[in-house]
Design a protein around this ligand. Structure first.
Ligand code: PLP
Ligand code: COI
Length: 340
């Protein structure tokens, strides 16, 4: 294993030693197998290649000050993967098998878990694919589930710093009654052109509006959106956004901090009233937003004049990280300690 500069990690792929795989064949899932290959071999007519039968998850494990490894809300990811499977007619993976494969992938790659001091973490990427051949548009009858891990630093290279975000009306990420609530590859393919354009213009992310009326806030490319005002945490309710596990956690933490929490439609104009705004997700953690430019309307909503994250965002971030790294007692049963 080559020397890793832990505190300099970005959010990217690094080869680790092993991944874990199970297969659905003849009406049942096989036990997890360990592989040291970074490659898979699949049929040229596999449904994942032609008809997008592919879903993934993203979760993290953290090494604490006490040396223990904690996985954050793994069960929630297992349940969301099952929801994605129902959404695109894939075979659902049992929760216990998901958890077993995730734990095994972490254990087999122990030396890749970043040290506590680095502030980095181990990103875990479960992936489920339709693997059997179909030429007509139809679901597969065989599936492959795999889990790989990779050590990561911050998703946005700035880390916990504010960044600018942009609204475009000429792109939608997901249709109102489409697949936006599922974590499937097609949604991310649909976001690539807009994301690339945003990056080229100096923005960290696109903030999507609802596809039907373009009146309400949906979410960011890889993360949910939240706004803060009057001691209230406000986050969009929509039929086209991913139910973020980080967002769900922040809502609970905000409530515990004595804030009001509102999950409802958020009209675009309301941006002007927020004292703070941020993106949240497993990869993004909390990424505070400096300003949102509505380029077509030639309007800017500014949340941080000095570029610093707002006080509530800082408090939520610290609270979440403290639970993830085991610095604070996990009152919610969110973490699973890995037994080596
Ligand atoms: N929204 C989208 C589109 C995402 O890809 C993600 C990342 O998983 C999120 C939101 C955040 O979800 P979570 O907090 O469960 O990682
Ligand atoms: C995550 O936060 O886990 C994500 O999946 C976001 C992005 C990397 C797709």
């Amino acid at each position: 294993m080559k020397e890793i500069n832990w505190s300099d990690l970005s959010f990217g792929y690094m080869k680790t030693d092993y991944n874990v795989r199970c297969y659905y064949r003849n009406g049942q899932w096989t036990d997890p197998e360990i592989s040291d290959s970074e490659y898979i071999s699949i049929h040229i007519a596999a449904t994942c290649l032609h008809y997008g039968q592919e879903a993934f998850e993203g979760l993290k494990a953290f090494k604490g000050k006490d040396g223990k490894i904690r996985i954050f809300r793994m069960r929630e990811n297992a349940l969301r993967l099952q929801s994605s499977c129902r959404g695109i007619m894939m075979q659902e993976l049992p929760t216990a098998l998901f958890e077993q494969a995730v734990v095994e992938a972490i254990k087999r790659n122990r030396s890749y878990i970043p040290p506590y001091e680095s502030g980095a973490s181990l990103y875990i990427r479960p992936l489920l694919l339709g693997t059997s051949a179909q030429v007509g548009v139809k679901q597969a009858d065989e599936y492959m589930f795999l889990v790989f891990v990779t050590p990561v630093g911050p998703y946005f290279k700035e880390g916990f710093k504010t960044t600018p975000v942009v609204i475009f009306r000429q792109f939608d990420r997901a249709a109102p009654l489409g697949t936006g609530t599922y974590k499937i590859g097609g949604n991310y393919a649909a976001s690539l052109v807009a994301g690339d354009k945003a990056h080229a213009m100096g923005y960290s992310s696109v903030l999507y509006l609802d596809a039907k009326e373009k009146k309400y806030i949906d979410e960011c490319g890889p993360a949910n959106f939240f706004g803060i005002k009057n001691n209230t945490y406000i986050t969009p309710e929509s039929t086209s956004i991913l139910p973020s596990i980080t967002n769900k956690s922040l809502m609970q933490l905000a409530e515990a901090m004595g804030m009001k929490v509102e999950r409802r439609r958020v009209p675009l104009e309301e941006l002007a009233t927020f004292e703070e705004a941020g993106m949240c997700g497993t990869a993004a953690v909390i990424s505070p937003i400096q300003r949102i430019d509505d380029v077509e309307e030639d309007k800017s909503y500014i949340f941080s004049a000095d570029g610093k994250p707002g006080a509530v965002s800082v408090k939520l971030y610290n609270e979440l990280r403290a639970i993830q790294y085991g610095e604070k007692e996990d009152l919610y049963g969110w973490t699973t300690i890995v037994d080596f």
